[in-house]
Design a protein around this ligand. Sequence first.
Ligand SMILES: Cc1cc2nc3c(=O)[nH]c(=O)nc-3n(C[C@H](O)[C@H](O)[C@H](O)COP(=O)(O)O)c2cc1C
Length: 336
Amino acid sequence: MKKIIKKIIPHFVFERLKRLLNLIKLNKNYFNEMRRYSKYSFELTKNKTQRHLESNLIFFYHKIEKGLSLPNPRVGFGEKKVYHLLELVKVYYNRFGWDKTAQVSLNTLFAYYKFNKDHNLDLKDLYIELEELKKISTNNTTVGGVTNINLKDIESARINFKDFANSRYSLRAFLPGEIPLSKIRESVEIAQKTPSVCNRQSCKVYVFDKYRKDAILKHQNGNSGFGKDADKVLIITANLKDFRGPKERNQAYIDGGLFSMSIIYALHSLNVGTCALNLSLDYRDEEKLKEDAKIPKSEVALMMVALGNFPESFYVTDSPRRNTKDVLKVIDGSSS
Ligand SMILES: Cc1cc2nc3c(=O)[nH]c(=O)nc-3n(C[C@H](O)[C@H](O)[C@H](O)COP(=O)(O)O)c2cc1C
């Protein structure tokens, strides 16, 4: 049909029509993304689930742990937020019981109390409330607050990242053989260290084994000729329930992109070959994929990763990079 229209109408009309059609498609996609974001994100949803309230606890306790990590925290800083968090913990407990997130919130509040007490501000009322909550706490997590780090401990963990990064290639020539789930679990554990906005950790990884992955790969348009040889396929998603108002509308893609890169590097460190696969889908196709893959509607499907064993020798694309001078711009303020 497209070919026939192209033949019978002038080129410039065809180009205009194409542009118009793309503009309509773009509007439809943005409109549906907006609808999805307003349905699930924290400040826009009508239906706050446990995940929303859990992320909200993280959002507020992170403000306190962040304050405690500054070079010179002001004694008594953020008291309003502290009492707000206290209320949020109570509401959360009443609705969902006590869990790790409630415990970390409480530990952070205790750390805040201790910091102030150590600086001669004894917030007695706060302490009484915290002790009350401690009585109902059933989780043994001890983290929450701040930790002192010695530079030498970080230095001893340094690797030659330049060599490591340069030794990663997208693999499109998988050798048959199983990648144990334990390696994927380890890569996820490593990727969980990826920074995320207010530490809200929105990402999730779905693994499809060799029996399921071909059906999943049918939703993706860039794996022909090699997807069939992958041992497993991952889908990486981000949960919109972890994001807040209109300003965070793109945060899922940012946090998800960082997380995905970590997974790819983590798998590379475990000697697993990977190829990232785009999920640049029309919103209806994304819905179909999620339905097939049993991914909840509140999650954005960000990308797939095909993975498998390395052969002894293989071809990779050269994929030359741009000149660094075109990527790095130094804004020199000394002359202004
Ligand atoms: C988000 C994303 C989506 C990608 N999608 C595909 C894809 O669908 N098919 C494919 O063969 N490669 C895909 N790639 C791999 C890129 O082509 C590759 O990363 C790039 O050419 C650089 O090469 P390198 O990974 O070997 O360094 C994708 C990469 C990213 C980051």
